[in-house]
Design a protein around this ligand. Structure first.
Ligand code: IMP
Ligand code: MG
Length: 179
């Protein structure tokens, strides 16, 4: 599995450290409030687990699955809800937790969709951000790392459902995705 990695971009230690910082920042920003963390399946699941442990105000967890890419590595621009939230978001402080923002199309759609359900607030927290790839502007409150325009895997991120359990974020060799 690690043989398909061209370069380690973010070590496990660097990710742990940054997740703790984000947790502290979110804790400070939400004093006296309760957060409903919305994990965007499946890539954000590992990040959300670690982030939730680093937040010291009460949190509830819910999960949403959308499809934007299918099995490939380029955006189709089509967003579809595959699994909706189990609970109502009305009156709640929502924190959307995403693995990576690439074109921004997925999050733009999700944010508008969730805002229409009358939450108290909606903010976005993403582990990774590829600003150079943005097709549509999205307002991101918390970013773990800005990364260059490379296809990355690990710490939850996949290529065709593989590599999610790598403890670091690495750049995939182009030959591993048939480029
Ligand atoms: P967007 O709608 O183009 O912003 O796409 C966001 C989604 O695309 C993420 O939630 C990921 O599932 C996927 N994605 C984008 N870039 C990468 C990458 O470099 N590695 C793995 N998945 C990616
Ligand atoms: Mg994916």
């Amino acid at each position: 599995m690690t043989g398909d990695i061209k370069k380690v971009l973010l070590s496990s230690e660097a990710i742990d450290q940054r997740v703790r910082e984000l947790g502290a920042q979110i804790t400070a920003d939400y004093q006296g409030k309760e957060i409903l963390m919305i994990c965007i399946l499946r890539g954000a699941v590992i990040f959300m687990g670690d982030l939730a442990l680093a937040i010291k105000v009460p949190v509830a967890l819910d999960f949403m699955a959308v499809s934007s890419y299918g099995g490939g590595s380029t955006s189709s621009g089509v967003v579809r809800i595959l699994k909706d939230l189990d609970e109502s978001v009305e009156g709640k402080h929502l924190l959307i937790v995403e693995d990576i923002i690439d074109s921004g199309l997925t999050l733009q759609y999700l944010t508008e969709n969730l805002k229409s359900r009358n939450p108290a607030s909606v903010k976005i927290c993403t582990l990774l951000n590829k600003p150079s790839r943005r097709k549509i502007e999205v307002d991101v409150a918390y970013t773990g790392f800005e990364i260059p325009d490379e296809f990355v895997v690990g710490y939850g991120l996949d290529y065709a459902e593989k590599y999610r359990n790598l403890p670091f974020v690495g750049i995939l060799k182009p030959e591993a995705y048939g480029a």
